[in-house]
Design a protein around this ligand. Structure first.
Ligand code: UD1
Ligand code: CA
Length: 476
């Protein structure tokens, strides 16, 4: 591990009162991914050799979520049982790096600011390494008044201290340059300066920002500026929505630059964990790609489709308003409009599933078709089968679920019910309107319809009799 690979601390112990939520603030999601996980992911892509999350409120829920996403123990946890300020939070993390040498650089991030890019962290680390004071921080000029710490400089422009908003004088509050809340500092300086913090301030907290005054004694910390959109923190659900919009824009622009067409990026929702998306993918308006979805080259997904945790292979066309979850779709398939593929659906190449077809735990093999109004549950449908309109697998008897096997080349006529467990043999036919309760042998015809009777002249006689019936009185 290179000396430049930073140790990363993420402060995330606060309560997040203003979210007014039962869920820990840092577990609220941005583009489908908890905001803390964004920060961990960014720290890792900036080459962090270790990530320590400083947790307090709802520590168990947050730990469980981190373990589930990154692997058990992959993110170290430091506990800050009582929240006595950001300086105190970082003190709580020091024991977890007790064996690290003083010249290592520590990056300190906050768990509620998910959009800081990895390049900015690298820039911050380089600035701290080059700084005689061994410290750098990110500054920003907010686009609206924010209660942020103000960067106070001496007459030579050297960063002298940060004054927190509640402690700032009216003149200091006019300073545009504010503290975004991200720092890099050599571990030796961090160790010695943290021990000197005092809570003699408006909030009676240990302010991490007081480290800047200590760095001034060594020549002054370096600041690097970042646009406000990169550093916006989330304190309430209005901030959450603003960050969500910014995240969506960033994700969508990334995919468009990688070769994805979006008809209306403002209404296209691609979660952070989605990908890869192939070349020449076309996404219509109001399409949502969620979870760990992957999409092959040339796939077209039309207006209003919602795809969750699914893989869709090259050349497939998902038509409007289809819903696909936890399913695998092969190449050149045609799905929808209005198809619903529920978990465990597997569709091989060249399959067609059409209007109002619902599938669950069903394997449609190559070239099989179910074009209209069918329910296929717990079924295996062989290659090139044709499933007629209104066919239903009766897979559930109120207690257990049973399997339907339809072998290759079989033709199931419209409005038939297949009462599972049952097998339709290879190349067999099921006549329309049949209720299949017994296995159908290979190549056979199964039919349960009663024989049709035609009664000559019946309709004419019926109408004649009707017309002679007494009409009810007018206005009655
Ligand atoms: C902090 C900075 C301020 C900066 C602003 C940018 C300090 C003293 N002030 O203020 O200069 O402009 O961020 O957003 O650092 N936390 C803990 N334990 C604690 C207190 C806080 O883990 O005891 C965590 C919070 O969960 C949060 C982060 O630290 O993720 C920042 O804390 P917060 O109270 O929001 O600081 P600000 O007042 O916003
Ligand atoms: Ca904050």
């Amino acid at each position: 591990m290179s000396r430049q690979a930073p140790l990363v601390f993420i402060m995330a112990a606060g309560l997040g009162t203003r979210m007014k939520s039962e869920t820990a603030k840092v577990l609220h999601k941005v583009a489908g991914r908890p905001m803390l996980h964004w920060v961990v992911t960014t720290a890792r892509s900036a080459g962090a050799s270790r990530v320590v999350a400083i947790l307090g409120h709802q520590i168990e829920a947050v730990r469980t979520s981190l373990d589930a996403s990154f692997g058990a123990g992959a993110v170290d946890i430091a506990q800050q049982a009582e929240q006595r300020g950001t300086g105190h939070a970082v003190q709580c993390a020091l024991p977890s790096v007790a064996n690290e040498p003083d010249d290592r650089i520590v990056v300190i991030l906050t768990g509620d600011a998910p959009l800081l890019p990895a390049e900015r962290i690298s820039e911050l680390v380089a600035a701290a390494a080059a700084s005689p004071a061994g410290m750098a921080l990110v500054s920003t000029v907010p686009d609206r008044p924010m209660p942020y710490g103000r960067l106070v400089r001496d007459d030579k422009g050297v960063l002298a201290k940060i004054v927190e908003h509640p402690d700032a004088s009216p003149e200091q509050r006019l300073i545009k340059d504010t503290n975004a809340g991200f720092y890099a500092i050599r571990l030796g300086h961090l160790r010695s300066d943290l021990s000197k913090l005092s809570a003699d301030n408006a909030k009676a907290e240990l302010y991490l920002t007081d480290l800047v005054a200590h760095a001034y004694a060594r020549g002054g910390a370096t600041s690097i500026e970042a646009p406000f959109t990169e550093v916006t923190g989330i304190n309430d659900r209005v901030d959450l929505a603003a960050v969500e919009t910014a995240a969506r824009k960033r994700i969508n622009e990334g995919w468009m630059r990688a070769g994805v067409t979006m008809i209306d990026p403002a209404s296209t929702y691609v979660d952070a964990e989605v990908g890869p998306l192939g070349k020449d993918v076309i996404l219509g308006a109001n399409v949502a790609l969620r979870g760990k979805t992957t999409i092959g080259d040339g796939v077209q997904i039309d207006h209003g489709a919602v795809i969750t945790d699914a893989s869709i292979a090259a050349g497939t066309h998902i038509k409007p308003y289809s819903v696909v979850a936890e399913s695998q779709i092969g190449e050149r398939a045609q799905i929808g409009p209005f198809s619903h593929l529920r978990p465990g659906t597997r569709v091989d190449e060249d399959v067609h599933l059409g209007n109002f077809v619902e599938t669950k735990k069903t394997h449609m093999m190559a070239g099989a078709k179910a074009n209209h109004l069918a329910y296929l549950g717990d079924a295996s449908v062989g290659a090139k089968c044709n499933i007629g309109a209104g066919v239903i697998t009766c897979n559930y008897d109120g207690v257990g679920k049973y399997k339907t096997t339809i072998e290759a080349g079989a033709f199931v006529g419209s409005d038939s019910q297949l009462v599972a467990p049952v097998t339709i043999g290879r190349d067999a036919y099921v006549g329309s309107g049949t209720t299949v309760t017994k296995d159908v042998p290979r190549g056979a015809l199964a039919i349960t319809r009663v024989k049709q009777v035609n009664v000559e002249g019946w309709a004419d006689r019926f109408r004649e009799a009707q017309s002679k019936r007494k009409k009810p009185p007018e206005g009655g």
